[in-house]
Design a protein around this ligand. Structure first.
Ligand code: HEM
Length: 339
């Protein structure tokens, strides 16, 4: 009994000593440093606690070490630099494209079929080619608009749309941006497969470039095969730019695959810069493929173009098609007059 009483007394003594030590140490520790995993603190308090340190880290129960970082001042300045650069380039691309195309339209007007429409239609793109194009094009447009909202929405759309509506469209836009990347990649791969063989540079391209593609002067029609040099530039910009956007996009969706934080930040910057550059090119492409050139849209609409249009813009391709099939439409069926 005596033994037990002595043991209890010594245990209580140790507990008492520890409590006193804890009580006296705790305030000092609290005053000097903040423990973000135990205390609810404001961002200001965390910044104060940095005291010239490089970062404040917490504790997590998942394997991702990166997520332990709570405050790292370098990230805030990185975000400012990144956002500033991407915003500037995006505005430059969109405004630049509108100004350049507006000036082009004022100088050159709509590019017409000089010989007039023949009324004979020839098959330019099969349904597989058109499916690949519209899958890629439709998803790119969704990605571009939702991406534009991510970059410029808060400064340019929020003020006139108001918080409620802006928050709704941004939430849906972010979800769309994350998911529509997949059909875009599929469209990109399909377009690459169906068109790569027609986009290899050749001698004819030099002449096409030397004559400014015939875009600058009425009545000038440099020869071209299925795709001219300008279209090859678009094809390779879309292929390489699209691949860069896809890779960096997937890295941002799955940061655990991205390597270090510096790698992730680099991917984020590349994504923004390539998106801005490609948008400039695509705005010009959409203009030429629709209102800018008479007869062009049909190629991707119905798949058939007017024979005179084809002879003026892709004379060597028409020769090839007629030579191969003995008929104008290249499909093995006779070309037919348009209704
Ligand atoms: C409303 C939007 C668009 C329209 C009206 C349009 C129209 C066209 C047309 C008419 C052609 C065939 C030109 C020819 O017969 O020679 C074409 C080709 C092509 N389009 Fe589009 N397009 C659009 C959006 C896009 C987008 C967003 C992309 C890429 C992300 C794209 C990529 C391509 C490529 C790579 C080609 C083949 C190369 C070339 O002709 O430049 N298009 N498009």
């Amino acid at each position: 009994m005596k033994n037990l009483a002595q043991r209890l007394a010594s245990i209580l003594g140790v507990v008492a000593m520890l409590s006193v030590a804890g009580l006296t140490l705790a305030p000092t520790a609290q005053a000097q440093q903040i423990n973000p995993t135990e205390q609810s603190v404001t961002e200001d308090a965390l910044f104060e606690a940095l005291q010239g340190g490089e970062k404040i880290t917490g504790r997590v129960s998942i394997p991702d070490e990166l997520s332990t970082g709570l405050i790292k001042p370098g990230n805030a300045s990185w975000a400012d630099t990144h956002t500033g650069t991407v915003r500037f380039l995006t505005i430059l691309a969109v405004v630049g494209a509108v100004v350049v195309l507006g000036a082009f339209y004022l100088i050159r007007g709509r590019i017409k079929v000089d010989g007039g429409l023949s009324g004979i239609r020839i098959l330019r793109f099969t349904s597989i080619e058109r499916f690949a194009h519209w899958l890629m094009a439709g998803s790119f447009i969704v990605l571009a608009l939702t991406g534009l909202n991510l970059v410029l929405g808060r400064t340019m759309i929020l003020p006139w749309l108001g918080e409620g509506a802006f928050s709704t469209i941004s939430t849906w836009g972010k979800i769309a941006h994350n998911y529509v990347g997949w059909p875009f990649m599929l469209g990109l791969i399909l377009s690459f497969l169906v068109w790569v063989s027609h986009n290899m540079p050749n001698k004819v391209d030099a002449e096409w470039i030397a004559q400014g593609g015939g875009l600058l002067k009425k009545g000038v029609h440099p020869p071209a095969k299925k795709f001219n040099a300008g279209q090859k530039v678009i094809f390779w910009s879309v292929t390489l730019g699209g691949a860069a956007l896809s890779f960096t996009g997937v890295m941002m969706l799955f940061p655990a695959l991205a390597g270090t934080q510096a790698d992730w930040q680099l991917y984020q910057l590349i994504h923004g810069i390539v998106a801005a550059g490609l948008s400039f090119i695509i705005i010009a492409h959409i203009y030429i493929g629709s209102v800018g050139m008479e007869g062009a849209f049909d190629a991707m609409g119905s798949g058939e173009v007017d024979l005179n249009w084809a002879k003026e813009h892709h004379s060597l391709w028409v020769d090839e098609v007629e030579g191969k099939t003995g008929k104008a439409d290249g499909s093995g069926k006779a070309a037919h007059p348009a209704e």
